[in-house]
Write a new protein. Sequence first.
Lengths: 199, 199
Amino acid sequence: MPRAIDFYFDFSSPYGYLASTRIDAVAARHGRAVRWRPYMLGVVYKSTGYHPLEQEPKRRYMMHDVARCARLLGVPFRVPQRFPAALLAASRAVYWIEDRDPRQAAAFAKACFAAYWQEDRDLAEAAVVAEIAAAQGVLAAELRIALEAPAVKARLKEETEAAIAAGVFGSPFILVDGEPFWGADRLDQVDRWLATGGW
Amino acid sequence: MPRAIDFYFDFSSPYGYLASTRIDAVAARHGRAVRWRPYMLGVVYKSTGYHPLEQEPKRRYMMHDVARCARLLGVPFRVPQRFPAALLAASRAVYWIEDRDPRQAAAFAKACFAAYWQEDRDLAEAAVVAEIAAAQGVLAAELRIALEAPAVKARLKEETEAAIAAGVFGSPFILVDGEPFWGADRLDQVDRWLATGGW
C-alpha cells in the first residue's frame, strides 16, 4: 500500500467536488493513495462566526467562478436545490465503509460528490446514500442500520475535531506528508510537490 | 491605447503583490494595458466584520502558502514589520500620478509593491512614498503637498466605493471586460480568457 495523502472535504463544498474529480489521478501519478476524509466544515464556520456564502458579493462570485472552473475542467456541474447543506449521512457512511474497505470508501465518496453536484441527489437522506453505496457493492441494509448508530455519528464528530486539530479550515484541504494545500486551485502545486518533494 | 483590464488591489495584500509581478506581462501578451487600481480592502473587512488574518489557522496557512507561491514564482518575498497595515499614502499617490501619466502610475504602483514586500519600506509614510515616486520621475515635492489635499484623500474613498460597487471584495481582483477573477491563482485563467474571449 503506497503512502497516502489526506484529502479533507465537505460534500457541500463545490471546490471540494472539483478536486474530487482530479485528486486520485494526481496521487496515482506519483504512486500514492488518497485517504478521503469528509468532515463537518460547518463546525469551522460556527466557531469563527464566518460563512463565505453569507457575503453576497463573494457568494455571487464563487458560484460564478466554480461553474467557470468546471467548464474549463470539462466537468459537469449544477448547483443542487439543497445547497449549502449538512450532508451528514454521506459523510458518516464514508468512515463506516472505510473501516471495511478503504478503496471502496474512496469510490463511494467520489460517487457521492458526483450524485450531489451532477444529479442533485440529496446526500442528507440515508436512503439516497444507501442506494449510491449499493452501486459500489456495499451492503445497503447494513449501512442503513449503521447510520443510526451513536458510534457512527460520534465518529464523524471525532474526525472533524481531528481535522481541525490538524489545521484544516476549508474544503478541499490536502495534506501531503504534513504539507498543507487549501483549495482546488492548489492541485497543480500538489502534483509538483509529490513529484519533487517540495521547493 | 489598447483596451485596459482593471487590476484592483491593496498594497497590504501579499497575493496582490504576487499578482503585481505578473499582471503586466499577462496583459501585454494580448495587447492589453492594465489599470492599476488600489483600494482600501479594510473597508470591505469592516463592512463584513470579517478579516482572514484574524483566524489563526487561516492566517498561519496563508503566510506559509504565499511564501511557498513566491518561491515557485521565483519572486523575493518577506513579511514587512508593519503588516497588515493601511497604506493610504501609496494608494492615494497612485491616483494622483495616474491623472498625470497612467503609465508612470503603473510603474510606481509596481515599485511600491516591491518596496513593501521585498525591502520592508513603509508605504504609509509620505516621505517613503515620495522617494519611490521620485525614482519613477515624479515630482516628489509636488506629490507630498498633494498627499495632504482633501481632494486626494477623497479620491481614494471614491475609488474604494466604486470598486465595491463593481463587486470587488478581495485582493487581487481583476476585471476583464466585465468578467471577474479573484486571486493571484486566477492569473492563468485571465491569460486564457484574454486569449480566447471566454469559455
